[in-house]
Design a protein around this ligand. Structure first.
Ligand SMILES: Cc1ncc(COP(=O)(O)O)c(C=O)c1O
Length: 425
């Protein structure tokens, strides 16, 4: 029997996280390397979660088949379980949430159609226009009239008929919802509101696709089942690779006929795999962990409260996303990186996402580091360092794990022993 080593679960160490963060480097943007002498806390996304020992063991021992030829039993079990949880007739595994959205929109749109989605939805902003390229659909952003990330039913009134000569008008065909809404700060559309919006979409002659990358978080936060949040939709995609911790994969659900067609389009895009049971085994374990997300939401509220106490302008997280309004998002991300905290700049804000690979202690550590940055003179509201006052007089401040030098007023004697300033440029 072949033995497969199952590596122990590791929390990303400083060196590993450093390598990841370097991979995110964008030429020309301000950034500071994280220090090597403290543990880095990675809050860039819940996608950084790694499969733990239980998941890796399940992957190693998964029963597999050829999922393109005649089926993979573990894949089938995952798809059946996902369909049950999502309250749809059938489901299909895909390698990523983006591809699941592409497949859904390709089936539901034709060139000359328009699709509607709440402002800053993933399908509008973060999929490089694949909906237009693959599906031929023209996107239109809807305002957040019901609150961050949420639209009102009244914004979906049937568009007036263009008249017999207006053959050049786009056809409104599809509404693409997002729950939770990522860029709005992980906001939840509750079941009643979801049903009202879907009913209005149907009355306006629209099909509905739900990008439920984090529908699990939405269900946990709304104290309901994922199936309640998919009522009436024609298709839904849900990610396994975010807070649930699987290394990859999403499921796309809908009617049996829709999923049959989705299987064809997945193949067309090169997204069908052979012994997929290896990753489906991780997905099955992920689906047993939906309730664990509550702990991530608690950590997000702890983080937001702590940052607010430090003077940050942050949201009240409904799920696991903390969004901070700052003067300069790239610069703030760089300063945090210098303090060993990895965050992401998103839509002009700083986003920090809590997940299963960070602990409450890590979160308290992040708040403490933000506090030390503030004590050293970093003002997140202005995006600037304060160089006057005590800091400039003493020339150095203890930031906790290292000494940060602050600029001396012009003409003050230089200290040859001073290390160079370590600031984001
Ligand atoms: C709301 C939303 N939809 C879709 C996706 C795409 O998922 P993937 O990264 O697996 O392509 C993401 C990824 O972060 C997301 O946040």
């Amino acid at each position: 029997m072949t033995r497969i080593a199952v590596p122990a679960q590791r929390t990303p160490g400083a060196t590993e996280a450093l390598a990841e963060s370097e991979a995110l480097a964008v030429p020309g943007t301000a950034r500071t390397r994280p220090p090597r002498d403290i543990a880095v806390v990675d809050l860039r996304s819940d996608t950084v979660t790694r499969p733990d020992a239980e998941m890796r063991a399940a992957m190693a021992s998964a029963e597999v088949g050829d999922d393109i030829l005649d089926g993979d039993p573990t894949m089938r079990a995952l798809e059946d379980r996902a369909a049950e949880l999502l309250g749809v007739e059938a489901a299909l595994w895909l390698p990523s949430g983006s591809m699941a959205n592409h497949v859904a929109l390709t089936i539901q749109l034709r060139p000359g159609d328009r699709f509607l989605a709440p402002r800053l939805a993933h399908v509008l902003e973060y999929e490089l226009g694949a909906a237009a390229w693959l599906a031929g659909g023209m996107p239109a952003a809807l305002p957040w009239s019901a609150g961050p990330g949420r639209i009102t039913a009244t914004s979906l009134r049937r568009t007036p008929s263009p008249g017999p000569m207006a053959y050049d008008a786009l056809r409104d065909r599809l509404l693409c919802l997002e729950n939770t809404h990522n860029a709005a700060g992980g906001t939840v559309t509750p079941p009643g509101e979801h049903r009202a919006v879907v009913a209005a979409a149907k009355a306006a002659g629209l099909s509905v696709h739900l990008d439920g990358a984090r529908i699990w978080n939405a269900a946990v936060a709304a104290r309901t089942s994922p199936a309640e949040l998919t009522r009436g939709v024609d298709s839904v995609q849900a990610c396994l690779s975010k807070g649930l911790g699987a290394p990859m994969g999403s499921v796309l659900g809908g009617s049996a006929g829709f999923v049959r067609e989705a299987r064809r389009v997945r193949k067309m895009l090169g997204g069908a795999v052979r012994q997929g049971g290896v990753v489906a085994a991780a997905g099955l374990i992920a689906l047993n962990r939906v309730q664990d997300l509550e702990a991530d939401h608690v950590k997000a509220r702890l983080l937001a409260r702590g940052l607010r106490d430090q003077g940050w302008n942050v949201n009240v997280p409904e799920t696991n996303v903390v969004l901070a309004e700052v003067a300069d998002a790239d610069r703030t991300v760089a300063e945090l990186r210098g303090a060993g905290v990895l965050a992401a700049a998103l839509a002009g804000c700083v986003r920090m996402v809590t997940h299963r690979d960070v602990t409450e202690k890590d979160v308290r550590g992040v708040v403490a580091r933000a506090g030390r940055l503030a004590a050293a003179g970093w003002d997140t509201r202005t995006g600037e360092w304060r160089s006057e006052g005590t800091a400039a007089e003493t020339g150095a401040l203890r930031v906790g794990w290292r000494t940060r030098r602050v600029p001396r007023p012009a003409g003050s004697p230089a200290d040859a022993s001073e290390p160079p300033l370590r600031r984001a440029r």
